[in-house]
Design a protein around this ligand. Sequence first.
Ligand code: KIV
Ligand code: ZN
Length: 401
Amino acid sequence: MEPHVVSPAGSVLIFDTTLRDGEQSPGCSMNTAEKLVIAHQLERLGVDIIEAGFPIASQGDFEAVQRVAAEIRTPVIAALARCVRQDIDAAAAALEKSARPRIHTFLATSDIHLAFKLKMTREDALRTARECVAYARARCKDIEFSPEDATRSDPDFLCAVLQAAVDAGATTLNIPDTVGYTMPEEYGRLITKIRQTVVGEYTISAHCHNDLGMAVANSLAAVAAGARQVECTINGIGERAGNAAMEEIAMALHVRGDLYGIHCSVERAQLYPASQLLSRTLGFQVQPNKAIVGRNAFAHEAGIHQHGVLSNPLCYEIMTPESVGMPAERLVLGKHSGRHALLHRCKELGLNVRTDEVDALYTRFTHLADRKKKVYDQDLISLVLAHREPGEKSSNLAAAQ
Ligand code: KIV
Ligand code: ZN
């Protein structure tokens, strides 16, 4: 049996860091009970690895990692540690009851981090990475090493540190775009250079932040260049502008399977439930136009779009709301809606609109829609029935309710 998790041919491992990098961001902290609820949903989602926390950071984080490690048995459970023995000991202790533990240790490699944050020389960093990976490997067979701020590091020095990490026993090399600085082509080239330079058995991982809105594009560029693990979070939560959003990566790989030919284990119908669960847990609304899981992600209001979708959803939809577990409510009635959508909704509500009623109903509808942002079902029922004879009214109303 492999000592660490390896992606099957043609697939990429999904490493979820909602409970660590995600939780680290303002307004997103979770207690142990909340982390456990999310961890169970991550297991239902079928992610390969859950990063449960940073055990040295606090007693609460230590306990949360411990509980997740004891309860969640299918995915690998990772714990974060700086390249410091005390951190690695805390991570190993928190993971003691895990069926599939991973220690994730990191050390910055960019000159700016070395000089101003760590006050280390490049030589110090190379030695520290080697020693700490070896120290971690003596405690766990599955070791991930991250050179923090990799994308602003000197590529040759970065490769030297990565080689030292592999030689000391790292099984996954994660390449963080810590400050969300890189661009897809550039990140893809960096992944290629690492694969060509660093010798040994390891999985390359992408870890992208969204400061320039590139986190998902960069992660996909890394996959195209041979990365076989992607780090991401539900709803893209994470430090500052966030991490790469899991739902976007999973659906991009699925919808554009023709282009990537790479599979991931995510249970797509669990994406929307996961997004809603996290949003409720944090009290953090998902932006309405958020790709895949936002309230408007599958809503069509413009008349031309509504007509197209009613004729065939493929006119304007590249995936269905059902496929990500979202209840279908495709057509939003508003001032941009046309007759087709109006009549379709009336029919769904059991309101039989006669041909001679359509023009007048549509005029009343547009006047109302001008005043209100959204026309609700009850508004529509009133619009239709207000102009009917009493007998006609009750039969229709019965059908509508
Ligand atoms: O963004 C980053 O550099 C990180 C590392 C700890 C992997 O989150
Ligand atoms: Zn990060």
